[in-house]
Structures are given as structure tokens and as C-alpha cells.
Design a protein around this ligand. Structure first.
Ligand SMILES: [Fe+2]
Length: 159
């Protein structure tokens, strides 16, 4: 059994994309509080990309077209992030919520099909990080406090 190339690429590209999205959104958001929130999300994406690179190196997973996909993720991320930064907050949260929902079946599948305990743990983290972003967006939509609680928990746990 092998992992699907498409799924693994999604894990990698998703983080490159996320870093750009949240960075661009933070730049264009004028409210200080919202800017801080985007930057916190970006920190989680940076941490996650580091973990992805470490893990792929460890299990010797090379991603042949990584550069092309990386560039695509980068530019698409900047454009989408700029849009998120300019949209009204609630609408941006709606897009963020949909976006985070979209990747979850892939991360779920990878976790279920994990070839080792180590991989299972790793894909479990990938899924959890996406869920923490979904939790954030949902909490913001419903004006709940502590919307970043799950994001912060992951950042603290993997310092
Ligand atoms: Fe991510």
C-alpha cells in the first residue's frame, strides 16, 4: 500500500498556501485585533509546514513536483489572502470555514490509511490543525470567545 501522491501533495501545498493566505490577509486587515488573529493562524501554518517537511524527510517521501506546486500555492495564497483581508470579517470567516472543511476528508483518509503508528500520529496532527482553523472560523462567526483556543493549544503543545 502507498499513499496517494495527490493526498500527500495536498498536505504540503496546503501549508505553503496557508502561510501566504494568512500573511496577505494580515497585511491588508486594518483592525489590529483581526491582524493579530491572522498572524496567529499563520504561525500555526508555519509550524505545520515545518512538521510536514521533517516528517516527509524522515519517511523519505520525496515530492517530485514540489517546486511547481509550491509556487502555485504561494501565488494563489497571496491572491486569496488579499481577498480575505479586504472582505468584511464575517464573510471572510465563512470562506475560511468552507476552505478548512474542504481539506479534512483528505487528512482523514491519510490518518485512516496510515502505514505506521508514527504516520498515524502525524496525520492526526495535520487533521487536528485543520480542525482548529475550522473551530476558529466557526467561533468568530458565532461571536464566541476564545476562538483561537484550539490553535493556541496546538502551538503550545508543539513548541
Ligand atoms: Fe494548514
Amino acid at each position: 500500500m502507498q499513499y496517494s501522491y495527490h493526498d500527500l501533495n495536498h498536505v504540503y501545498q496546503g501549508e505553503i498556501y496557508g502561510i501566504q493566505v494568512f500573511g496577505a490577509a494580515a497585511k491588508l486587515t486594518w483592525k489590529i485585533d483581526d491582524k493579530k488573529k491572522w498572524l496567529r493562524l499563520q504561525q500555526l501554518e508555519i509550524q505545520t509546514l515545518e512538521r510536514v517537511e521533517q516528517h516527509f524527510n524522515k519517511i523519505n517521501k520525496s515530492l517530485p513536483s514540489v517546486e511547481w506546486y509550491g509556487a502555485y500555492g504561494k501565488y494563489k495564497g497571496r491572491i486569496d489572502g488579499a481577498a480575505l483581508g479586504l472582505l468584511p470579517w464575517k464573510l471572510a470567516m465563512r470562506f475560511l470555514y468552507w476552505g478548512s472543511k474542504k481539506s479534512q476528508p483528505i487528512y482523514h483518509r491519510l490518518k485512516e490509511l496510515a502505514l505506521s503508528d508514527e504516520d498515524k500520529q502525524f496525520f492526526g496532527y495535520i487533521l487536528a490543525h485543520e480542525k482548529s482553523i475550522e473551530y476558529f472560523a466557526k467561533s468568530e462567526l458565532f461571536n464566541q470567545k476564545d476562538s483561537l483556543i484550539e490553535v493556541n493549544r496546538l502551538l503550545e503543545a508543539h513548541k
